[in-house]
Ligand binder design. Structure first.
Ligand code: HEM
Length: 255
């Protein structure tokens, strides 16, 4: 029979376990987001570069044909969405649950002026924004896996009116991911070394540098998709093919 202390012991481990799951899921999501933005920013190297990368991600080289396996995107989408929901669900337990609690928190922040508490609040706000905007984006991409490419993506920005969502989401994601990684490093003392105070300062600098880096490439990619989407507005829905494939396609049409 279990004694009282066993039961109490078991109970007390739950918050620690939830914290660990939250940290690990956050780590996976942040690494995914950084990789994702680098892939999305391939448009900065030109339409053909993004087209080729999309083909590689869909495993086009395995079929040798015009289409790869867009189901790969769906599988990744379902996986990321599941981790996203898990991460957000666990985070909910730390959200202020009433306006009164929220006000107490804001008042304390004003008197304490503590940098890391302000960062926690930014995490809370950006996380809240991502609940809604992130879900819309993942759902659309997961259910339309074959519609990724220089024109298809740019049309989604402009003709499908996703640009306001992407603009807000970009800031929310980049702040959330870099602050999250910083808080992970501080929380688990990963780089503490001999002088944790000095390390924390360096970590903060790394965090700020990464935020600026990802925001700059994110905004540059945003501008590139907007430009292509605006130029392509009259032909929205038409897919991009590099000049070599285009010539082959037109030959096929004339035969
Ligand atoms: C499997 C999951 C995902 C896939 C396949 C995916 C794919 C893409 C693609 C192809 C684009 C280019 C625009 C477009 O085609 O609509 C894009 C843009 C974007 N995605 Fe995702 N995405 C995924 C998950 C996420 C998540 C979880 C977030 C954040 C919560 C996110 C945030 C963004 C943002 C902010 C942009 C705009 C980037 C910019 O303006 O530079 N994505 N995504």
């Amino acid at each position: 029979m279990k004694n009282f202390f066993d039961a109490a012991d078991k109970k007390s481990r739950k918050p620690a376990r939830l914290d660990l799951i939250q940290s690990l899921s956050g780590l996976v999501l942040a690494l995914f987001m950084w990789t994702h933005l680098l892939l999305v920013s391939s448009i900065l190297l030109g339409k053909k570069a993004m087209y080729t990368l999309t083909g590689i991600m869909e495993g086009k080289f395995l079929t040798g044909g015009d289409h790869g396996f867009p189901i790969i995107v769906t599988i990744i989408g379902i996986g990321i969405f599941s981790i996203f929901i898990l991460h957000a669900g666990i985070a909910l337990r730390k959200f202020p649950i009433s306006w009164r609690q929220h006000k107490i928190l804001r008042d304390q922040m004003k008197t304490m002026k503590h940098g890391d508490t302000n960062l926690w609040y930014t995490q809370f706000l950006t996380g809240f924004i991502m609940f809604f905007l992130g879900s819309v984006h993942i759902y659309i991409l997961t259910t339309h896996p074959a519609e990724i490419g220089p024109y298809a993506s740019a049309d989604r920005f402009v003709s499908d009116w996703l640009w306001p969502l992407y603009f807000i989401l970009l800031f929310a994601v980049e702040l959330h991911a870099t602050i999250g990684m910083y808080r992970l490093a501080v929380k688990w003392g990963i780089f503490d070394g001999k002088n944790p105070r000095a390390t924390r300062k360096r970590l903060k600098m790394a965090k700020n540098t990464l935020t600026v880096f990802f925001l700059v490439i994110g905004l540059a990619s945003f501008a590139a998709y907007m430009k292509i989407g605006l130029e392509h507005r009259d032909r929205a829905g038409e897919r991009y093919h590099p000049p070599s494939e285009q010539a082959e396609l037109s030959r096929g049409e004339h035969q």
